[in-house]
Design a protein around this ligand. Sequence first.
Ligand SMILES: Cc1ncc(COP(=O)(O)O)c(C=O)c1O
Length: 428
Amino acid sequence: MIANLVYQESMDGTSDSNTRFNAKEIPGAPIDPLYGLVAAYEADKSDKKVDLGVGAYRDENAKPWILPVVQKATEIYNNAKKDHEYLPIAGLPEFNSAAQRLVLGADSVAISEKRVCSFQTISGTGAVYLGGLLVSQFTAQPRPYVYISSPSWPIHDQIFATVGLPVRHYPYFRSDTKTFDLEGMMQSLSSAPKGSIVVLHACAHNPTGVDPTKDEWKKIAAIMKTNDLFPFFDCAYQGFASGYLSEDNFAVRYFVDQGFQLVIAQSFAKNLGLYGQRVGGFHFVAEPGANSQSTTTNVASQLSLLQRSEISSPPIFGAQIASIVLNDPKLFTEWETDLLTMSGRIKKMRKCLKQELDRLQTPGTWDHIVNQIGMFSFTGLNCAQVMVLRERWHVYMAETGRISVAGLNEHNVAYFASAVDDVVRTVQ
Ligand SMILES: Cc1ncc(COP(=O)(O)O)c(C=O)c1O
């Protein structure tokens, strides 16, 4: 039976004392690996230390960068002296509509046919969570599988498990060639039970830095159509893959054009540098057809209930800043320039790192460093090497061998290359 959040008065209750909440029985959980890494980096007193863990853009001095366009938007917002009233449950309307146009394209037929509904969320994480909750509340038992790329952003597994959806993984990355594993993914999707949810990174895949080509996306869409699979897009890096916002939403637009019913979790943490302001969007797109508008209206009404129980209404400041940028053509153009500044510097650092490794004749091939895209590089370094990098060289990166390339700059790239050269030669 499908849950109905409004009218269902009580779930299966019990008076059995064995089921009572008892905090004494709660085991300790492991600390989040990336937040643990940040703490270890901060505690390190070395002046040589390098932070390549956190997935946040850094400037050429390894400092956070407030986008110039965000500074302007903040001034505009402050001068307007707006109040601090609650936003509607779905969030700031002008933010939602602009966020929708950004990810789907301003000319999207789904928008003109009014079969999209959008909610402002607590950044990308909150959007994935809201989508997971929607699926878990409105699917019958046994719940559909959620297929997540292997590897992926680790929080995907965590979120879908939290909302009670069973998780499976599809191959995504070939570690021998350090390229996208189209064959593995296609095989896995072709054997997935009909109705399964497939989490797709819209662009700049985290952590591998490899994306399907346009032709490969078309093949993925075709197998998902044939096999009746549900696309759940996670779009956390629009503008970071190619450097262009309108290029990086290709996969989303293509799937919508193919008539899928789908959802999109969208983050403005990275592309507007609004990390701590928690600005994101969740979009539901109904498949075209006679009932698409009423489906969208019903979904929106249930999302309102879920959002109301979770956060009541989303925070105002970050959404106002994003909205000012997204809705002003001049500021939007300035944003595009800021995005090119960020993606351009990251690309330059990829080249510098590769050049240094070539110069040192570090064993192995390092072409993947320049071939991968977005904020991350999946270096191929193993966990033991990562640990030695930390202890011997004060270099902090994820145990998977992922680096945030944005943490490199002209002052530390040669040092990092020497460190890599050392561990590749001395640690197996
Ligand atoms: C793939 C992916 N999805 C979603 C997120 C969520 O980011 P945030 O909640 O900061 O917007 C991240 C952040 O690292 C990510 O890498």
